[in-house]
Each structure stands twice: as structure tokens, then as C-alpha cells.
Design a binder for this molecule. Structure first.
Ligand code: NAP
Length: 245
């Protein structure tokens, strides 16, 4: 039981065209929320809209989190909003050992997972009611870094610091993050390429829960953070026990 209802609530999900964000959109729509999914690719947004059954309560919006003007304009025009979520990440080309790491790829991780969320809070928080919330997505790499993942590990840790600071600055609005473990989503095409399935299966065998995550596992955690009025500054770890191994 939680104290904040989703019925009629306005929820923006940046990254809602894929993976965890798409699962969250499906769940929020089922609870009667008005959902806007946002991302860079019109094709992915359209595919997501069709996947979700083209419901009347769903809107799509082109938005690139690396562009401050786009974020400012988005919030000028977005209508009533109660909760903001970002599951966005641009990690293409960023999983490299240092000799092969290009700063441009590293910058895109920082811009999509740190400055983007910072700007979402800057322009979005003034649109939220006092009971509103912001939820970001960090990740287990901050706690169990792997070779090739240094930039993602560092950005996840930085985002968690930002969450705690914003929870203080924006109060009584609440600011939280979910920290997923390894979850089977399209992002793994960038991380592991053809080795995606083998990599995920090997991790499933190591994890205490015996499987990797599903997008719904993380959507459920974000739902908790949005709906629980006593949760702020919280990093909610949902990772199948990954930090224990
Ligand atoms: N999957 C995992 O195993 C895992 C583990 C730990 C943490 N995470 C984190 O969990 C979050 C969700 O991951 P996922 O697996 O659901 O990823 P995903 O399936 O690849 O979805 C990422 C979403 O972000 C959007 N996006 C990327 N760059 C953007 C930008 N600059 N502006 C706006 N939207 C942007 C993408 O759409 P467009 O490309 O069309 O913009 C897409 O909708 C990410 O923050 C990821 O780092 C994932």
C-alpha cells in the first residue's frame, strides 16, 4: 500500500521508448496515469506507442537530454506533470578499455546520465506540485565496476550524489534513484554486441537469484519510489544480489 495514487497523475518518462522506461510506461498506463514517453528517436517512440497499444493517455515527445534548450522548451509546453522519471542513457562506444576510450563517447554518458538529469530537475521541478517526485536511474556498476565500464561506473556514482543533494534542495518534492543490476534490455547490444546472450547467461548463473533482471523488475522499483511519500534521497538497489558476489 502506498500513499500516492497514479490515477490521473501526469508522468514523464525520458527513456520510455525502450527497456525499463517502456516497462514503466506500461505499468503506469495500467494504473490510469497520463504518460509521456520521451527520447531522441521518432521511430523508437512510434514503435513504443504501438507496443503499448496506442492508448489515449499516452503522449510521445522528441527530447534529447544533452540539449538544454530542448529540455527548457519541453517543460514550457508539457502541461500538468506530477512525476518525472529518467531511464535514459547513451552509452554507445563508452564500454572501452582506456587506450580505446574516446572522450566524445565518455562525454555522451556524462551528458545523458548526469547533466541531462540535472537539467530535468532544473526545468522540471518548477512544474511539479509539492507532492511531486523525480526518479533517476544509476546502476550497479558504481558498486561492482568492471573493466571497460569506468565511465559508466563513475557517472552512476555521481548521479547518486546528485540525488541526495537534490532531495535536500527541492524538498518537499522527492528525489530518488533506482540502481539496477544487469537487466535484459536493448542496451546490452551496445555493451556486449553479439556476446549479449552469453554474457547475461553467465551472470544469471552467478547471481543469488539465479537470473538477470527483467525490465518489469526495475519498473516495479521505480513505481515504489514514485508512490511512497516517505522515500526521498533513496538509492533503491534492485540487482539480484549482485553487490554480494
Ligand atoms: N540494462 C542494464 O543491465 C542496466 C544495468 C544498470 C543500469 N542501467 C541503466 O538503466 C537505465 C535504463 O536502461 P535500459 O537498459 O532500459 O536502456 P535502453 O533499453 O537502451 O533504453 C534507453 C533509453 O534512453 C533513451 N535515450 C538515450 N539517450 C538519450 C538522450 N540523450 N536523450 C533522451 N533519451 C535518450 C533511448 O531512446 P533514444 O535512443 O531514442 O534516445 C531509450 O529510450 C539506463 O540509465 C542504464 O544506464 C541498465
Amino acid at each position: 500500500m502506498t500513499d500516492i495514487t497514479m490515477e490521473g497523475a501526469g508522468i514523464i518518462i525520458v527513456g520510455g521508448s525502450s527497456g525499463m522506461g517502456l516497462a514503466l510506461a506500461r505499468g503506469m498506463l495500467a494504473e490510469g496515469a497520463r504518460v509521456t514517453i520521451a527520447g531522441r528517436s521518432a521511430e523508437r517512440l512510434e514503435a513504443a506507442r504501438l507496443t503499448l497499444g496506442d492508448p489515449a493517455d499516452l503522449k510521445t515527445a522528441m527530447l534529447d537530454l544533452t540539449q538544454e534548450e530542448e529540455i527548457a522548451a519541453f517543460f514550457r509546453d508539457c502541461g500538468p506533470v506530477d512525476h518525472i522519471v529518467s531511464t535514459a542513457a547513451d552509452i554507445e562506444g563508452a564500454y572501452q578499455l582506456l587506450p580505446d576510450l574516446r572522450l566524445s563517447a565518455a562525454r555522451r554518458v556524462v551528458e545523458s546520465k548526469f547533466y541531462g538529469p540535472l537539467l530535468l530537475a532544473k526545468y522540471g521541478a518548477p512544474r511539479l506540485p509539492p507532492s511531486g517526485s523525480i526518479t533517476f536511474t544509476s546502476g550497479v556498476a558504481a558498486y561492482r565496476p568492471a573493466a571497460r565500464g569506468s565511465v559508466v561506473a563513475a557517472v552512476n556514482a555521481a548521479l547518486e550524489g546528485l540525488v541526495r543533494a537534490l532531495a535536500v534542495e527541492l524538498a518537499p518534492q522527492r528525489v530518488n534513484a533506482v540502481s539496477p543490476g544487469w537487466v535484459d534490455t536493448p542496451i546490452w547490444n551496445f555493451v556486449a554486441g553479439d556476446a549479449k546472450q552469453a554474457t547475461l547467461e553467465a551472470m544469471a548463473k552467478r547471481l543469488p537469484v539465479g537470473r538477470v533482471g527483467r525490465p518489469d523488475d526495475i519498473a516495479d522499483a521505480i513505481r515504489f519510489l514514485i508512490g511512497n511519500g516517505f522515500a526521498t534521497g533513496t538509492i533503491l538497489h534492485v540487482e539480484g544480489g549482485h553487490r554480494l558476489i
